[in-house]
Design a protein around this ligand. Structure first.
Ligand SMILES: Cc1cc2nc3c(=O)[nH]c(=O)nc-3n(C[C@H](O)[C@H](O)[C@H](O)COP(=O)(O)OP(=O)(O)OC[C@H]3O[C@@H](n4cnc5c(N)ncnc54)[C@H](O)[C@@H]3O)c2cc1C
Length: 468
């Protein structure tokens, strides 16, 4: 089994020569930090809207090195942190429209792939949530009830039999199907987007680490190139500077406690034979998730493998981030156990690759996108585990903000949201480990006894700040 090496998705691509690093100081109109989906989508929509803009993307490693080249490939319509709090703040109608914008972005990813000739293995097959014990079913039914007030999602509750008709997951007691989700090969999207923005005249500098960011000097006009990204290869001066570093943000000066870097790990099987696919009844491209607190997420790859991910070891002390995705054997074993439990026919099937990545978790679990017009500093991230579609919406929104366009996107509830910082260590470490101990403890108890959710799972939800 291969371990780390960024991801299985990258191991499937032909190697490309690295792009040159920044070579000394540079002046541009817009500098973007990070060549993940957020940075690349922002560059894409900006360059499309104004071909005259000089845009540079500064990337510490290589295109797609972060979560964008490692994720589960779910292009889902989930809004990180839910909709209820925002509905109370800005009204139900605005949040309903926000949900529709996410639905539309699922299609937009497919549209751009087709328009730009990006073969990201995009197939829109919807998302299937499966309850596998009575406690999970209780949560699923509550979720379905909640969905009644958000018809934009078009979620459909499924009986056990209907769930099995879609995919035969062992022990399924019921399910929920949401049509707004596609499956992709993540590294192919990252690489394809990078080529697309380069064709539009954007320059990507790889092997260039941004050490600190400074906003435009006070009193300078909006177009002045006085915002600065200080890198290990030179200083970039720009009118606008977009920070698109998600789970790595804590490594930038002054931002240690903004978004907590949370780990997620994946394994992928060898290609499965037709007989096994028929036995599993998984003939479409639905993405799949269970209803456990420490849930797993799965996709059927284009070449007939199962890729399954879960939380793994959630957090490293001091907001440290991993490098090339090395994954501990106990995480590989735990994900394999989950896979075998959902699909007993996969027991004995080889695991070909394991890897991990980091995602950014805000203290209130709510993602943000914004631009401070006074300083020219912009940002987007904190998507927790649902960033693939959100990065597209964020990229479109950052482009609108940079260009000063008054679109409906810039009036959505996540724009310029303020988020409180995480606690200093050791509290951060203790809080995250306590939360996951509660999640996994509750899951084990629910599996064993089939009992309803215990008080400690409710406590974990309160601690995590998660909600609908
Ligand atoms: C294992 C895993 C599975 C996931 N599965 C899903 C899924 O199925 N669906 C979903 O919606 N979401 C999923 N996510 C989350 C999703 O992948 C992310 O939210 C999304 O890719 C974030 O994109 P990004 O561009 O903001 O950040 P990233 O992709 O992390 O990109 C940030 C980039 O910035 C660069 N960088 C960082 N610091 C610096 C610096 N100082 N200087 C220069 N460059 C820097 C990094 O090298 C990196 O390339 C998953 C995440 C992981 C880790």
């Amino acid at each position: 089994m291969r371990n780390g090496e960024v991801s299985f998705w990258f191991s499937q691509l032909d190697p490309e020569p690295p792009r040159p690093a920044l070579d000394g100081d540079l002046d541009v109109d817009v500098a973007i930090v990070g060549a993940g989906y957020t940075g690349l989508w922002s560059a894409y929509y900006l360059a499309k809207a104004d071909p005259a803009l000089r845009i540079a993307v500064l990337e510490a490693h290589h295109v797609g090195y972060g979560a964008s080249g490692r994720n589960g490939g779910w292009v889902a319509n989930s809004i990180t942190g839910g909709r209820e709090d925002d509905a109370k703040r800005v009204g139900r109608a605005t949040v309903g429209r926000f949900q529709e914008i996410f639905n539309e972005a699922v299609d937009e990813v497919g549209r751009v792939c087709a328009a730009e000739g990006i073969d990201a293995h995009y197939v829109k097959g919807g998302e299937l949530l499966v309850a596998r014990n009575p406690a999970q079913l209780g949560r699923l039914l509550a979720e379905a009830k909640h969905e009644e007030s958000w018809p934009e999602d078009e979620a459909v509750l499924l009986s056990a039999a209907e769930t099995n008709q879609r995919v035969r997951v062992a022990g399924a007691l019921g399910g929920m199907y949401v049509p707004h989700c596609a499956r992709i090969q993540p590294a192919r999207l990252a690489r394809g987007l990078a080529h697309a923005v380069e064709r539009l005249g954007v320059t990507i500098y790889e092997g260039t680490t941004v050490l600190s960011l400074e906003g435009r000097a006070a009193g300078q006009p909006a177009g002045a190139l006085t915002a600065r990204a200080v890198t290990d290869r030179g200083t970039v001066r720009a009118a606008q500077l977009l920070r698109c570093t998600e789970g790595f943000t804590a490594s930038i000066k002054g931002l240690k406690r903004d978004w907590l870097p949370m780990n997620s790990s994946m394994i992928v099987t060898e290609p499965l034979g037709d007989t096994l696919w028929e036995e599993m009844g998984w003939q479409g491209a639905e993405t799949l998730e269970d209803m456990a607190h420490g849930y797993v997420y799965l996709q059927r790859t284009k070449d007939g493998r199962i890729a399954i991910g879960g939380r793994g070891k959630p957090y490293k002390y001091g907001s440290a981030t991993d490098l090339d995705g090395d994954t501990p054997p106990e995480t590989v074993a735990a994900l394999s156990r989950q896979l075998h439990s959902m699909f007993p026919g996969t027991t004995g099937v080889g695991i070909e690759h394991a890897w991990s990545g980091v995602l950014g978790v805000p203290r209130n679990w709510k993602s943000t996108v914004g631009l401070d017009p006074a300083t020219g500093l912009g940002w987007a991230g904190g998507y927790v585990g649902t960033g693939v579609t959100a990065t597209n919406v964020a990229g479109q929104t950052l482009a609108d903000l940079v260009l000063g366009w008054d679109t409906e996107r810039v009036r959505m509830p996540w724009v310029n949201r303020t988020v409180r910082k995480w606690e200093p260590e050791p509290l951060r470490w203790i809080a995250v480990h306590a939360m996951y101990a509660l999640f996994y403890g509750a899951d084990r108890s629910e599996d064993r006894r089939g009992s309803t959710t215990r008080w400690w799972a409710h406590a974990a939800n309160a601690l995590s700040g998660r909600g609908h």
